[in-house]
Design a protein around this ligand. Structure first.
Ligand SMILES: [Zn+2]
Ligand SMILES: [Zn+2]
Length: 326
C-alpha cells in the first residue's frame, strides 16, 4: 500500500517535525488516500519491492514510492505501539555532520552529501516486557577492622547474614526482535522515552523502512529476564553498604509476565564503506543519540604525524576519537 496525495498524486510521507502526513511534491498536509498493494508488488508502479522476508515497509527501487506491506503490519504482525520518528533526514544528516566535521582523520568522502542522502529511517521491531520480579538474596557480608595496640596489630573479622526479599515491578524492558540488527548496537541506542509511544498506525511508516518481528517473543523473554535479574541484583546490592566483601549464598529471581507489547522504535542508519570495511552508524530517532565507530584515514593520519610535534598528539587524538563517538 502507498499513501498518495489527493491533490497531485505524489507519494505522501509522514513528516516527523510537523507530526502530520505531508506531500513533498505539492506541500499539502494530510492530503493522503491509501492505494492498496498486492503482496510484494509496488502499489505505485507494479515493480517488485526489495522487501526480503521480513520488511514491512520499504522504498520501491523503480519509482521511489514508500510502500507499506499490509500483510506484514496486520493480524499477528500488527504492532501494538510505535514510537514515531522525532526528526527527519535533514536533521539526521546535520547531527552526523556536527559530530564528525572536526575529526581530522576521517576519509574525505565521509561527510559527502551523496552518501549522507542515502540514510534511511528504520523502524526496528521490539518486544517490551512487563514483569513482576520476586527477588530473593541470601549472603554473607564481611567487615574487617584492623588496629594496633603497643607492638601488636589486631584484626577483627565480623560476618553478617544478609537477606533481601524484594518485589519489583519492571515496566517495558526492551529486547529487539530483528535478526539483522546487531544486539549490542540496539542496547547502546537506549534509552528511549517510552511515554512517547503511540498506538500503531500504518501511516507512520510511510517515508521509512520497517521490519516485522522476526524473532520469537518467548525466546527473547529470556534476555528480558536476564536484564531484569541483573537490575534487581544491583538494587539489592545498593541496600548493603559498608562491607568489605559480599558473598552470595543463595539467589533466586522468579518472574510473572504481566504484559508483552510488540512495538516499533525509530533508528536512523548511515552506511559507509571504506577500505573494504563496512561502517554502520545508528541514531536514536527520538533522542538523536549516535552509536557507531568511525573509519580512520591512515593516509591523513600519517601525513599529520609527519610534523614535528604531532606524534603524541595523534595518539591522543585517535583515542579521543574512539571515545567521543559514543
Ligand atoms: Zn501532493
Ligand atoms: Zn514503484
Amino acid at each position: 500500500m502507498i499513501f498518495q496525495c489527493e491533490n497531485c498524486g505524489g507519494n505522501v510521507i509522514f513528516d516527523p517535525e510537523k507530526g502530520t502526513m505531508y506531500c513533498p511534491y505539492c506541500n499539502s498536509s494530510n492530503s493522503e488516500a491509501d492505494t492498496p498493494g498486492a503482496g510484494l508488488i509496488c502499489a505505485g508502479c507494479g515493480g517488485e519491492l526489495p522487501a526480503g522476508d521480513f520488511m514491512s515497509a520499504c522504498k520501491c527501487n523503480y519509482c521511489g514510492s514508500y510502500n507499506v506491506i499490509e500483510e506484514r503490519v496486520r493480524g499477528e504482525y500488527a504492532p501494538h505501539l510505535v514510537l514515531p520518528f522525532r526528526f527527519g533526514k535533514k536533521a539526521a544528516k546535520e547531527k552526523i555532520i556536527a559530530q564528525f566535521k572536526k575529526k581530522r582523520f576521517l576519509p574525505s568522502t565521509f561527510l559527502n552529501d551523496a552518501y549522507l542522502e542515502k540514510m534511511e529511517g528504520n523502524y526496528v521491531p521490539f518486544f517490551l516486557y512487563d514483569y513482576l520480579c520476586r527477588y530473593h538474596f541470601k549472603g554473607t557480608g564481611k567487615k574487617v577492622r584492623v588496629w594496633t595496640s603497643g607492638d601488636t596489630e589486631y584484626t577483627e573479622t565480623s560476618l553478617f547474614n544478609l537477606e533481601r526479599n524484594m518485589d519489583i515491578d519492571f515496566s517495558k524492558i526492551p529486547v529487539d526482535a530483528s535478526i539483522k540488527m546487531e544486539d549490542g548496537m540496539m542496547d547502546l541506542l537506549e534509552p528511549y522515552d517510552y511515554k512517547a509511544l503511540e498506538e500503531f498506525r500504518e501511516k507512520y511508516l510511510s517515508g521509512f523502512l520497517a521490519e516485522r518481528f522476526n524473532m520469537d517473543s518467548d525466546e527473547l523473554s529470556i534476555r528480558a529476564k536476564e536484564k531484569a535479574k541483573s537490575d534487581a541484583k544491583q538494587m539489592a546490592r545498593s541496600t548493603m553498604s559498608g562491607y568489605q566483601s559480599i558473598h552470595t549464598d543463595y539467589e533466586q529471581a522468579d518472574f510473572d509476565l504481566k504484559d508483552t507489547k510488540y512495538s516499533l522504535l525509530p533508528v536512523w542508519s548511515y552506511k559507509y564503506d571504506y577500505g573494504g570495511k563496512k561502517y554502520r552508524f545508528h541514531l536514536n530517532g527520538q533522542t538523536g543519540k549516535l552509536v557507531g565507530d568511525a573509519p580512520v584515514s591512515y593516509k591523513k593520519a600519517a601525513a599529520y604525524s609527519g610534523t614535528v610535534f604531532a606524534g603524541l598528539f595523534v595518539i591522543f587524538y585517535l583515542i579521543s576519537m574512539i571515545l567521543e563517538v559514543f
